[in-house]
Design a protein around this ligand. Structure first.
Ligand SMILES: [Mn+2]
Length: 335
C-alpha cells in the first residue's frame, strides 16, 4: 500500500516568522485585552518554549488571567505591563487583529521609535496585517496551532507544560472541539499535544468543570433576562453592573454566556450584552454555519470570527440590545 506523506510544506509566512525569531534573541510577547484561552495559552506556550531555548523573553498581558485559566502552567513567566521594545528586539503579538488590541502592554509609538521588528501571529479574518512580518492563517482554529507550527519550524522542543498551554488554546478556541472550526487537522494537533504531555482530562476539568460560586449565581440571574426576537431566531441575555455586584461576580465570569443564548432551540444567533464602566456595553454574538456575525460586530466597530464576534456599543445594556437587534433584523431581512 502506498504511504501517504502527511508532512505539510511550510507556508512562506511561516518561514518568514521563523526567520524573524532566528535572527532575534530579545523577544517581547503579548496578546489581546480580556485574554481568552487562546491568548493565554499561546503567550505562555511561546514564552516558555523560547525561554527554554535561551531566548531573552519578556511576556505580559494587560488584564489578569481569568479564574478558569488559573491552573495553566508557567504563569510565572508573565511580567507586569507595560513592556518596552528595544532596537534589537522582536515584538510578537499573538491573536491580535490590530496592534491596538494588545491594550496598554505596548505603545506602537515606542515600538516604532525603538526600531523593533513586529511579528503578527493570528487567525482572525479581520487582521489588518500591521506587522513587519505577518503570519496570519485564517484556516487555523486557534493561534495556539500557529505557535506550535512556529516551534516546529524552529525545531524548538515542545515540553509537557508548553504542550498543555497550546492544548488549552486549541481546546478553548474550538469550544471543547464543538465549533465549526474543528477539522481532522485540529484533532491531529490536539492528539500530538497529548502525546507531548498535555493532560486532556485535567485541563478540561480545570477550565470547564470548576466554577466560582459567583459565576453560577450570576448565570441564574442572567438567564432570567432571556428574550427571543426576530421570529425566535435571536436570543439575547443582559448583564448589568448591578447583577455582577449582587452575585459577587466579575466580567470574566460571563465567558460563554452568549453560547447559552445560542443554545435555545430554534435560535440561530445568541447575543450577550454586558454593561461596562461608562455609558457603554460590550456585545458578544454567537452563530452557526454560514450566519456571519462578524459583519454585525463590524457595524459597531468590532470584529472576531464568522460564528463568534464582539464589539463595544455606546449606551446602556437595554439600549445596546435594541441597537444590535435593529442591525440583526435588517441583516436577516436581506437574507
Ligand atoms: Mn483565537
Amino acid at each position: 500500500m502506498r504511504q501517504v506523506e502527511l508532512a505539510a510544506t511550510a507556508s512562506p509566512a511561516l518561514v518568514a516568522a521563523a526567520a524573524a525569531l532566528r535572527s532575534h534573541c530579545q523577544v517581547v510577547i503579548t496578546s489581546h485585552v480580556n485574554p481568552d484561552g487562546d491568548a493565554i495559552g499561546s503567550v505562555l506556550g511561546l514564552a516558555r518554549a523560547l525561554a527554554d531555548a535561551h531566548y531573552d523573553v519578556r511576556a505580559a498581558l494587560q488584564d489578569p488571567v481569568p479564574f478558569r485559566y488559573r491552573s495553566l502552567p508557567d504563569q510565572d513567566i508573565l511580567c507586569a505591563a507595560p513592556l518596552t521594545a528595544s532596537a534589537a528586539g522582536l515584538v510578537v503579538l499573538l491573536e491580535c487583529p490590530t496592534f491596538e488590541r494588545a491594550g496598554n502592554v505596548l505603545s506602537l509609538e515606542q515600538v516604532r521609535r525603538a526600531g523593533a521588528t513586529v511579528l503578527n501571529v493570528d487567525h482572525h479574518s479581520d487582521n489588518t496585517r500591521y506587522g513587519d512580518i505577518d503570519f496570519v492563517d485564517l484556516s487555523a482554529a486557534a493561534t495556539g496551532q500557529l505557535v506550535l507550527a512556529l516551534l516546529d519550524e524552529l525545531a524548538v522542543p515542545v515540553t509537557p507544560s508548553v504542550a498543555a498551554n497550546l492544548y488549552a488554546a486549541v481546546l478553548t478556541d474550538t469550544g471543547s472541539f464543538q465549533h465549526g472550526n474543528v477539522t481532522a487537522d485540529v484533532l491531529r494537533t490536539a492528539a500530538r499535544l497529548v502525546d507531548l504531555g498535555a493532560d486532556p482530562h485535567a485541563l478540561a476539568r480545570e477550565i470547564y468543570q470548576v466554577n466560582p460560586a459567583g459565576r453560577l449565581k450570576l448565570m441564574a440571574v442572567v438567564l432570567q433576562s432571556l428574550a427571543l426576537s426576530v421570529d425566535g431566531k435571536v436570543a439575547s441575555l443582559l448583564v448589568t453592573k448591578e447583577m455582577l455586584r449582587e452575585c459577587g461576580a466579575v466580567p470574566a465570569d460571563t465567558e460563554d454566556f452568549a453560547n447559552l443564548a445560542r443554545s435555545v432551540d430554534g435560535v440561530q444567533i445568541g447575543l450577550l450584552v454586558r454593561q461596562t464602566d461608562g455609558d457603554a456595553s460590550k456585545i458578544s454574538l454567537r452563530s452557526y454555519g454560514d450566519i456571519d456575525v462578524q459583519q454585525v460586530a463590524r457595524v459597531f466597530g468590532g470584529g472576531g470570527h464568522r460564528n463568534a464576534a464582539g464589539a463595544t456599543v455606546a449606551g446602556s445594556a437595554d439600549s445596546a440590545r435594541l441597537q444590535v437587534l435593529d442591525v440583526l433584523f435588517h441583516f436577516f431581512g436581506f437574507r
